[in-house]
Design a protein around this ligand. Structure first.
Ligand code: ATP
Length: 246
């Protein structure tokens, strides 16, 4: 079977600091990959390259059998890669419902000055997406009122509007209390299982990685230093010392 997402020889440096160092990587359909690494290791840069936010100086990215290396973020979203952000990208002055509409408008490019926002996505579809992530009761609240965990869920719901095959989440539990993290991840993983969406998530919390990942890739200085089963990568003494910081 060919990989869902594949990179070959990705290369990028910022001001002489190498942040992607010949990254060869492949993700199969159905995997739940946790990406771990110290601050500045290049995890978000890797996501940004795969989603078209940054162009690498060398190498290629393939998704679902097609090269996407130099495509714009919107074109990549339309091919089936959704993403959520470390800081949720919400329209804070709008309601939860309108955020879903605005996400659909932005990702499809259908919104024109003369298109009412209410026509962008059928109401039933908005309700379905909000129900999936447990935010239906908050549909008409301004999203500025949501606590951080629900903001993370809304950001993910916004990524679901185009029914992605792959969802890449940058630190879905950051800013959320330790007690709430597992509840949040349980909701996210249930949705991804139900919708049959393959996932990559960047995560610093080893408990969360152990509980929810089927595979772990550890980044050090723009390289994948270890990649495999969670127990193997998390049990590797080099990774425990240099990535987990023990
Ligand atoms: N647009 C940019 N211009 C210059 N340097 C950048 C840019 N984006 C990231 N960097 C630098 O590249 C390095 C890798 O950043 P990146 O955000 O990919 O790390 P990370 O592993 O995601 O870290 P964190 O866990 O802190 O989010 C860091 O030193 C960062 O300061």
């Amino acid at each position: 079977m060919s990989a869902l997402l594949q990179t070959r020889g990705l290369q990028l440096a910022f001001g002489g600091v190498v942040v992607a160092d010949s990254i060869d990587f492949a993700l199969e359909q159905g995997e739940r990959l946790a990406v771990i690494g110290q601050n500045g290791a290049g995890k978000t840069t890797f996501i940004n390259i795969c989603t078209g936010f940054i162009r690498p100086t060398g190498g290629s990215v393939y998704f679902d059998g097609k090269e996407i290396t130099r495509m714009a973020p919107r074109a990549i979203v339309q091919r089936g890669i959704g993403r959520s952000f470390q800081l949720p990208q919400l329209f804070l002055e709008h309601t939860v419902r309108d955020c879903i509409r605005l996400a659909a408008a932005g990702r499809t490019g259908v919104l024109r000055m003369w298109t009412p926002l209410s026509r962008v996505l059928p109401e039933s579809e908005i309700e379905r997406i909000l129900e999936l992530v447990g935010l239906r009761q908050r549909a008409d609240d301004p999203c500025s009122l949501l606590p951080e965990g629900q903001r993370k869920l809304l950001d993910i719901a916004m990524a679901l509007v185009l029914q992605p095959k792959l969802l890449i989440m940058d630190e879905p539990t950051s800013g959320v209390s330790t007690e709430e993290k597992h509840g949040l991840m349980a909701i996210i993983m249930r949705v991804l299982d139900e919708q049959k969406i393959t996932s990559i998530f960047v995560e610093h919390d080893v408990d969360i990685v152990t509980r929810y990942a089927t595979r772990v890739a550890a980044w050090i200085s723009g390289r994948i230093a270890a990649d495999g089963k969670p127990q193997d990568v998390l049990g590797n003494p080099d990774i425990r010392r240099n990535v987990i910081g023990e």
